[in-house]
Ligand binder design. Structure first.
Ligand SMILES: Cc1ncc(COP(=O)(O)O)c(C=O)c1O
Length: 364
């Protein structure tokens, strides 16, 4: 008997998540120094983390022999104050990915389905499949979530609807009005997972706290991986009604968030200037890349995040040629967007270099 004979069926058919290629690996493959590689593949903050967070990480290093605080109490307290919620309305995860996983595991089983956009963030589909549920993928309209079609796709077996705002990899975001109308019509047996991973890049992101206060079944997800520059530490959070956090805490593994990440996140939250600077640089970088790519006659989807969806005639070849020159961008076959690449907004200099190299590649 083999492991394959014994393992759960859902595991055998489970697609494997494909992350952006890591710098060290690419450097080795193409014989470059890692310093020469420009990674624009994973929507990370090109400025890095706040110096205050880095200081906190160094300080916490001497305590790594101890288990972390299990409930992330102090971080939840700080977040609760900022969000004007109570601590028991907040759950912290090993990245917001873990909270998507906890939520999906708690509500999805065979016979149950979840509704999501066809080219939405891939974790919704992966975790649904792993839990034995059926993902119902609703085609996007002009690269944006089609909320009427999503409502129409919901049936009595639906438990979760995932709505990223903005979406990764398209960068599109539904308006607050559209979202409010959608929530009004959501049936009571469905939980809305409203994914705000890139909310800090928006000037005024939709705010669903009043819906949560009214008892609508909604969990909002945020992360420290993007504008806060802490992707490597894996930390994100969700806010919702306390009834839902107590359910999620039953499926949450013990000590899921390490102490270094907790302290770094606390410090990052106290550095509003870093967030402001990161947003401002991203705003400028978005314009720089949008203008530069448009000049190269490339079709781009206007983005509300820290990345751009760009259409290429031969995306595979362009991706490989960029890689050979030391630029890592993201191919999107797994997102049903085989003619597109996703490019993270880099620093001004990184964007400039990318545009120069892309021009050379396109001219050949
Ligand atoms: C829309 C969206 N949600 C959630 C995540 C997960 O982020 P993390 O697990 O790093 O918090 C990402 C990461 O790329 C994302 O793009």
């Amino acid at each position: 008997m083999t492991y394959n004979d014994l393992v759960k069926k859902t595991v055998l058919t489970q697609p494997v998540y494909e992350p952006g290629k890591p710098i060290d690996l690419v450097a080795r493959e193409i014989g470059f120094d890692p310093e020469e590689i420009i990674k624009l593949a994973s929507n990370e903050n090109p400025l890095g983390a706040s110096p205050k967070a880095i200081e906190a990480i160094k300080k916490e290093a001497s305590s790594v022999n101890q288990y972390p605080e299990n409930s992330c109490y102090f971080l939840r307290q700080k977040l609760a104050t900022r969000l004007e919620l109570t601590e028991d309305q907040i759950i912290v995860g090993h990245g917001s990915n873990e909270i998507i996983s906890l939520l999906t595991n708690a509500f999805v089983e065979p016979g149950v389905n979840t509704v999501m956009g066809k080219s939405a963030f891939i974790s919704y589909k992966l975790f649904t499949l792993l839990a034995g549920g059926t993902p119902i993928e609703v085609p996007l309209k002009n690269f944006c979530h089609d909320l009427d079609a999503m409502l129409a796709a919901i049936n009595s077996d639906t438990r979760i609807v995932y709505l990223p705002c903005p979406n990764n990899p398209t960068g599109t975001a539904n308006s607050a009005d559209e979202i409010n109308q959608f929530i009004e019509k959501l049936p009571d047996h469905v939980v809305l997972c409203f994914d705000e991973a890139y909310a800090e890049y928006q000037d005024s992101p939709p705010d669903l706290r009043s819906w949560i206060a009214k008892g609508k079944k909604i969990i909002c997800l945020r992360t420290f991986s993007k504008i806060y520059g802490l992707a490597g530490l894996r930390i994100g959070y969700g806010y919702c009604q306390s009834e839902l956090t107590s359910i999620l805490n039953r499926v949450r593994p013990p000590f899921n968030v390490n102490g270094v990440a907790q302290k770094a996140a606390l410090a990052a939250l106290s550095d509003d200037d870093w967030v402001k600077q990161s947003k401002s640089e991203n705003d400028q970088g978005l314009i720089q890349l949008t203008d530069g790519l448009t000049e190269l006659n490339l079709a781009i989807v206007p983005s509300k995040g820290n990345f751009l969806l760009v259409q290429f005639e031969k995306s595979d070849s362009i991706c490989q040629q960029l890689l050979n020159k030391g630029f890592i961008v993201r191919p999107l076959k797994g997102y049903s967007l085989p003619d597109h690449l996703r490019i993270t907004i880099g620093t001004k200099e990184q964007n400039r270099k990318l545009l120069v190299v892309l021009k050379e590649i396109l001219q050949n």
